[in-house]
Design a protein around this ligand. Structure first.
Ligand SMILES: [Zn+2]
Length: 363
């Protein structure tokens, strides 16, 4: 059986002032339409009717030319897709998979969907109807059919998330499955299928040895033979540590590229994490950059797909079972407990599953 892999690739946009106005307007229209439809749904329900998004859309389109003529300035998707989203939100609610749909707020819900018949891609450019070409920071990294795009704003930056159906599955992999990888502090890596990779044990031993040696180095007389010898010893320990780290990372990255077609990792906000000194030490030890570097050259050779999740993607805070997002999650909370569906799962495994799900998300 052939399985189609769908993934989304999020790219930062560089819109001009005029293009940004278009984006803001389209986001506003998408939000307005959603809120209109939800209010109308609630109203009809209260009067004893059984509302449907399809009927609401017809009703909306009948009054649109007179009541909302400004909506024609942007892609029609901005005022059509919200009905489809609303219906699936209610479907999830009826199946007890999601909360009751809420009204959207400016500054919190700034995005709009656009179908593939309304966009064009060319290297680092993307074309929108009634707007023209907008610059992208990078070209699309995957070859396949673009299904749709979602433009969104995060902290005053604009992004386009492109949904792609990959046109070929990698040859090197027997398993066509995708995997999410959560790099950890105590555990080197947790995979979305439940497998874990432990950090090499001798590393800790060498690190404390290194500390001791460096302390005694500072006490030795400058220019002395003893000091020179110790310097060389320190260099050797450094090399051992680097080798150990490299070795375990090679094992991990080989395992990933040999066994999984699609790999999703996190674009860690390392700067933010370095504030926590204890944690930063561990992260440096694990060598996140080295991990990413190895994966990036191996996946190209072996033909996997590598997806790097956006650094704002809440992989740890989201419930991998129902999609509910927590506002706060302490580092000490090792078990994720969902207040919405009651799901309990290891924190790292939860994050890895959320990353993996990015490969198959539909919007
Ligand atoms: Zn849940």
């Amino acid at each position: 059986m052939e399985m189609k892999i769908t993934l989304s690739h999020k790219i930062c946009l560089d819109p001009t002032y005029k293009q940004e106005q278009y984006f803001k307007q389209a986001c506003g229209i998408a939000r307005f339409t959603w809120n209109w439809a939800l209010a109308e749904w609630n109203r009809q329900y209260e009067t004893g009717l059984k509302p449907s998004a399809f009927a609401l859309k017809k009703q909306f389109n009948a009054i649109k030319p007179i009541d909302f003529p400004w909506m024609y300035n942007v892609t029609k998707y901005a005022s059509q897709q919200p009905f489809i989203y609303l219906q699936s939100a209610f479907n999830r609610f009826f199946q007890r998979l999601g909360a009751y749909p809420k009204f959207k707020k400016k500054g919190k819900h700034d995005s709009f969907y656009i179908g593939n018949d309304h966009i064009k891609l060319e290297e680092k450019l993307i074309k929108f109807p009634k707007l023209g070409w907008v610059r992208m920071r990078e070209a699309l990294r995957f070859s396949g059919k673009v299904i749709s795009a979602t433009v969104s704003r995060v902290a005053n930056k604009w992004f386009v998330s492109l949904n792609i159906e990959l046109d070929q599955t990698p040859k090197s992999c027997e398993s066509q499955a995708g995997v999410g990888v959560d790099l950890g502090v105590k555990t080197l890596a947790t995979l979305s299928n439940g497998e874990t990779f432990e950090a090499p044990k001798p590393l800790k031993k060498f690190l404390s040895k290194l500390k001791r040696m460096q302390r005694s180095l500072s006490r030795r007389e400058k220019g002395s033979q003893n000091r020179h010898k110790l310097r060389q010893k320190i260099a050797n320990v450094h090399a051992r540590i680097t080798n150990l780290r490299q070795d375990s990372l090679h094992k991990l990255t080989c395992y990933l590229t040999d066994n999984f077609a699609g790999i999703v990792i996190e674009d860690l906000n390392v700067k933010g994490m370095l504030k926590n000194r204890k944690l930063s030490r561990a992260i440096a030890d694990i060598g996140f950059y080295e991990f990413r570097r190895q994966l990036e050259y191996k996946y190209k050779c072996k033909g996997n797909y590598l997806l790097i999740a956006d650094r704002w993607f809440p992989s740890s805070k989201t419930c991998s079972n129902c999609g509910q997002k927590k506002n706060e999650l302490k580092l000490s909370e090792r078990v994720y407990q969902c207040s919405a569906c009651g799901h309990e799962i290891d924190r790292d495994l939860n994050a890895a599953i959320n990353l993996k799900n990015l490969l198959f998300q539909s919007n």
